[in-house]
Design a protein around this ligand. Structure first.
Ligand code: SF4
Length: 391
């Protein structure tokens, strides 16, 4: 299994070089419908996209240019970003923010919002998951994730990026009804990708959200999805044998996660490794960064939906910034099903349906209803508490 590992240099044909090294366009025909699936987690209404969080327009442009030179004329970029109406988050916003709308209009290609359907039901061990037909039935599917770490799954690369091909309810099932790593490995078995391109122009430390990005100028390209993710993990300093969804996929498909089985072409792996931390406690880090004391929020576990985490991240970040240096006493915010209220906590906040279901008997807790809980309501409830403490 060959994987191209190349240094990215703007406007120098880095992607084409990588494709040549790994014979990445083998099987591609000019009349194929090609779908490129970037990772566009969420857009921003103002300002440029956060590097390392979303696949860059530069990487996608190189892919489109190479496809058009090859003779392909039916090319689309498809994504299903989290839909959070309160924050205005949607796939169209992600497309605009990431520069895909400009790119599509310049290059004459299509943009597909996977959330709009159609989706095809697929059984995952008795649980029905609905996958975008655009992704399932593309003649040539190019999976283009960004090189990032992930607080739960260690890495978020090609396999994890396929979750964006599911409808909203199915994404939730991956966290709730199925074990997340298990769901990712099954999804990779069901969705056939013809090429994986990891955009490592920037890599993200302490992902999948945040601003801790690092310029790495790396592209990792190959036809074998498992091998590409193994090399991606190694570049991030994560041993692929320690990534559960890679291990599980390999076991299910009679493969190995031993890197020595991968034929890495181009740069030497040792020269491209740039270890980035994946383990972090993002809720607590937000308070630490603003020197806010006396507020605790444990890391939500595997069951927490990505859109929910994103919304709560933004609410806690705003609250922490607006209360920089403040001292509270025994405030605890519960997010997701796994965290359990501490006996020493004096004021409990239950953010959403999940902690409310696991802490029904906490009558004095401040409950922020919703699934996902409202960004504004959580922020407001915390601010009201802050005002009470102050007065
Ligand atoms: S409350 Fe949040 S984590 Fe729980 S099911 Fe709803 S969206 Fe998912």
């Amino acid at each position: 299994m060959s994987v191209a590992l190349v240094r990215y240099q703007e406007s120098s044909g880095s992607f084409k070089k990588a494709v040549e090294l790994c014979n990445g366009f083998a099987g591609l025909r000019c009349d194929h419908k090609v779908v490129i699936k970037p990772n566009l987690l969420a857009g921003r209404r103002k300002g440029p996209p956060v590097q390392g969080t979303t696949t860059s327009a530069a990487a996608i442009e190189e892919i489109v240019e190479a496809l058009q030179e090859f003779g392909c004329h039916k090319i689309a970029i498809g994504e299903g970003s989290p839909v959070l109406p309160e924050m205005g988050f949607s796939t169209p916003l992600s497309f605009r923010s990431a520069g895909m709308v400009d790119l599509a209009s310049r290059r004459g290609i299509e943009l597909i919002d996977f959330n709009e359907g159609p989706h095809e039901p697929v059984e995952f061990e008795g649980i029905t998951i609905r996958i975008s037909q655009h992704a399932l039935h593309a003649d040539f599917l190019i999976n283009a994730p960004v090189l990032k770490t992930h607080v739960l799954t260690k890495v978020s690369l090609g396999f994890k990026n396929l979750k964006g091909c599911l409808d909203g309810n199915s994404k939730r099932k991956c966290h709730d009804n199925l074990e997340l790593e298990h769901a990712i490995s099954m999804l990779a078995t069901r969705v056939q990708t013809h090429l994986t391109v990891i955009d490592g122009i920037y890599g993200l430390q302490k992902g999948p959200m945040g601003f801790d990005y690092h310029r790495l100028d790396t592209l990792i390209v190959g036809k074998d999805a498992l091998s590409v993710d193994m090399v991606g993990a190694a570049v991030l300093g994560v041993d692929p044998t320690s990534v559960i969804h890679l291990q599980e996929y390999a076991r299910r498909n009679g493969r190995t996660v031993d890197l020595s089985a991968v034929d890495i072409r181009g740069e030497k792996l040792a020269d491209m490794v740039h270890p980035l931390e994946w383990l972090h406690e993002w809720p607590q880090d937000l308070f630490r960064a603003q020197a806010v004391e006396g507020v605790r929020a444990d890391l939500p576990g595997y069951s927490n939906c990505c859109g929910c985490s994103l919304q709560l991240y933004l609410a806690l970040d705003k609250f922490a910034r607006d209360n920089a240096g403040a001292k509270f006493d025994g405030v605890e915010i519960l997010i997701g099903k796994e965290p359990v209220a501490k006996s020493e906590s004096k004021q409990l906040f239950l953010a959403g349906k999940c902690p409310m279901s696991t802490h029904r008997h906490f009558k004095d807790a401040i409950k922020v209803k919703g699934c996902p809980p409202s960004y504004a309501e959580l922020y407001q409830a915390l601010m009201e508490h802050a005002k009470r403490v102050e007065s």
